[in-house]
Write a protein that binds this ligand. Structure first.
Ligand SMILES: *[C@@H]1O[C@H](CO)[C@@H](O)[C@H](O)[C@H]1NC(C)=O
Ligand SMILES: [Zn+2]
Length: 382
């Protein structure tokens, strides 16, 4: 009898657990959903602060592999910058995919104080694959990639916080279930067009999101834990929305034009509710649009002279949202610090994904060379 009831209890617990994981989110109750763990999706400034007391965060981010060519663009534009207001190193977030990535350079970026974030192992160009990806697929693409980057770039695994899905294609609930299970803190893939002015502040998924779903499916289940950092779209020169700046269709052609374009998009945030300004690109923007590099540097110098702007890692935006304090108090806080990570680089290759795979790869790592080219199901290349 006792055994039967224990069995019954276990079944009940298991059933409740599974059911809870997929419970449909209900509309957000701000009384129940409170910082630091919970925040309703909204354009309200966290902590009820006035815009003039709110730090304007600028999150510059770059997508895709890190290699000997694009590292030069990064060295030239973003290294050794400091925020004038608190003298802390300026942040930049890199959403890195594995293929052709040079991990000794990832280590260099980490040691510059930048944030290393995930952008999948395979970055398959098949959008349906990402749309239909299961929780298990996503664990292999992102959770395994966390282990992979920590291993090959020799950086602390607990300093990896965020993801961006390839092509901004999320898989609905599965993406956020994976984040929750992988101890990842935020996603920066979800575009909004409806909430740009005023912009949507980061929020959690305990309750239903008000965000427009531009690239379905979007999560509708209640998934406590991870944060949504809304990818607030830009407006191009003809008024069309775009996310990664190099994908804007109508873009400027000269330095003055680029400078104004960057400033115009920034000001939409700055002169309204100061929702974090997301400036994302591929490094190739600097070769496709030669005048962009100068304009970008000028833009960063210009906003750094304002009295309320901080260029930070995406992860630091969540820190602030969880503990929103006015600008003067924020400027007193200590700078982020990352424990230095050594790299004794090895050049590896030719490597194949499997012994009979046609492709040969070369890679640099801060570790011993793997036997195979690391890939899905074998992220460390054993
Ligand atoms: C997410 O979960 C909710 C609640 O179980 C469900 O209604 C919805 O269809 C799911 N959506 C996706 C895309 O998985
Ligand atoms: Zn990409």
């Amino acid at each position: 009898m006792r055994l039967i009831s224990i069995g019954f209890l276990l079944v009940l617990i298991a059933f409740t657990f599974v059911k809870c994981q997929l419970e449909l989110a209900t509309s957000c109750d701000p009384e129940a959903c409170r910082l630091p763990e919970c925040r309703c999706s909204s354009t309200n400034i966290p902590g009820g602060l006035a815009a003039r007391d709110t730090p304007q965060f600028v999150v510059v981010s770059f997508d895709d592999g890190i290699n000997v060519l694009n590292i030069e663009e990064y060295r030239a534009t973003i290294y050794n910058r400091r925020n004038k207001l608190n003298n802390c190193p300026a942040g930049v977030t890199f959403f890195i995919n594995h293929e052709y990535t040079d991990y000794s350079l990832v280590n260099e970026l980490y040691n510059q104080g930048f944030e290393i974030a995930l952008h999948s192992i395979t970055h398959r160009t098949d959008q349906a694959y990402w749309r239909e990806a299961s929780y298990e697929d996503l664990m292999k693409e992102f959770n395994d990639q966390k282990t992979q980057i920590a291993h090959f770039a020799n950086i602390p695994i607990d300093r990896i916080y965020g993801i961006r899905s390839p092509f901004l294609q999320m898989a609905g609930n599965a993406t956020f279930q994976m984040l929750a299970q992988s101890n990842l803190r935020y996603d920066l893939s979800w575009p909004t067009i409806a909430h740009t002015n005023p912009g949507l502040w980061p929020y959690t998924l305990h309750y239903a999101s008000i965000q427009d779903c531009i690239i379905p499916p979007c999560p509708t289940a209640s998934i406590p834990g991870p944060w949504v950092l809304p990818f607030i779209t830009w407006t191009d020169l003809e008024g069309f929305p775009c996310n990664l700046v190099d994908t804007c269709i109508y873009s400027p052609t000269d330095e003055e034009g680029w400078f104004k374009f960057l400033l115009d998009n920034f000001e939409r945030h700055y002169h309204n509710n100061r929702a974090p300004f997301i400036l994302s690109m591929h490094a190739s923007i600097f070769t496709v649009h030669i005048s962009m590099q100068r304009a970008f540097t000028r833009f960063l110098d210009t906003i750094n002279n304002l009295n309320d702007v901080f260029m930070v890692n995406a992860n630091e935006v969540i820190d602030w949202v969880q503990n929103p304090v006015p600008i003067n108090e924020y400027a007193q806080q200590s700078c982020r610090s990352s424990p230095p990570a050594v790299c004794r680089a090895s050049s590896c290759g030719p490597l194949r994904i499997t012994d009979d795979h046609p492709m040969e790869y070369y890679m640099r790592v801060c570790n011993r060379c793997p036997r195979h080219y690391p890939w899905l199901d074998n992220p460390l290349g054993d």
